[in-house]
Ligand binder design. Sequence first.
Ligand code: A2P
Ligand code: MG
Ligand code: MG
Ligand code: MG
Length: 347
Amino acid sequence: MSLPYTTEKQVAVAAVRRACVLTNSVFNKLVKNETLTKVGDYAAQAVISSILHRAFPEDPIVGEEDAADLRAESGTGMRERIIELANEALVGELGLDDNVEWGMGPGQEKTTEELLDAIDRGNYPGGPSGRMWTIDPIDGTKGFLRGEQYAVCLSLIVDAQVEIGVIGCPNLPVDLSKPEQGTGCIFVAVRGHGAEQLTLSGASPEPLSIPASTSENLNFLESVEAAHSSHSFNDRVSALLGITRPPIRMDSQAKYCCLARGEGGAYLRMPTGVGYREKIWDHAPGQVLVEEAGGIVTDSRGQPLNFGLGRTLGENFGVIAAGKDVHPRVLEAVQKALSEEKEKARV
Ligand SMILES: Nc1ncnc2c1ncn2[C@@H]1O[C@H](COP(=O)(O)O)[C@@H](O)[C@H]1OP(=O)(O)O
Ligand SMILES: [Mg+2]
Ligand SMILES: [Mg+2]
Ligand SMILES: [Mg+2]
């Protein structure tokens, strides 16, 4: 029997690989010299959306970016730059089995209008039923611009359940403890069929599973940006758990990837203020990856993340991702820290 979603998985990995080549070249050509933010985000969404559309023309897409500003822009050459970069990524030879037999070999150059439309195809509002893809072309834009961690993130959601997650991390060491081994990995999970790490060229799959953990070898993975998740809350939870090791801070869903391969031990993301709603593209690929590596992903109340409510996670409050043995302990400590905060606010 063939594995489910074989074509979807191949197309998704091919799309993420091409987008990673693109974002790498955007960084080297543009970001290093001038701060041209958003070029990589637009171009990568155009590439991934074009590849998905060729393979699955009926599938709707929930993408982070839209092309409204880009259509209105004139005189800066930004739009031309994006079109050129996207076309380079679409037609370039990647030198691997780029699935020509699936109709997925290098594509044809596209017109400006076609690529702007491809970006705008990410405007699907989401919802509880049917198939949809989520794209975060560059997750962790702040990390990308700093030359640190970022991720190209793609998922397939079917009836509100994440079935496939693919996360490309061009700057992530193959092994955090052995930086000399080089950087660049792609993480892939198919629901019910495990999680694996590939090289950036899509080769050498290694199965992933989260090892058992104790407080001694536990430390939190958390955002670099204090505005995106509360560092002080994590410090309190660490203290309650007797964790002495400092947190591992990194941008993007690379945190889910590290967790899935046994680095860190828990990813805790608590909101910093009222009002921000987490986006489905920021968590869908990470959720299936961690679950397929044997972990648990919930919000801070222990509720599953709800991917069927539209473009955001709705009422889900915070995220706790951890191995099976660690998750209940973190959840309990989070509850304790939350009730301490409430108590403090009362007096
Ligand atoms: N106030 C906020 N709270 C939580 N996440 C946020 C907030 N503002 C932006 N984000 C999102 O957090 C993600 C990055 O998380 P991290 O800091 O862990 O790498 C980005 O997708 C970013 O979205 P955006 O790209 O729209 O800025
Ligand atoms: Mg993001
Ligand atoms: Mg993004
Ligand atoms: Mg963004």
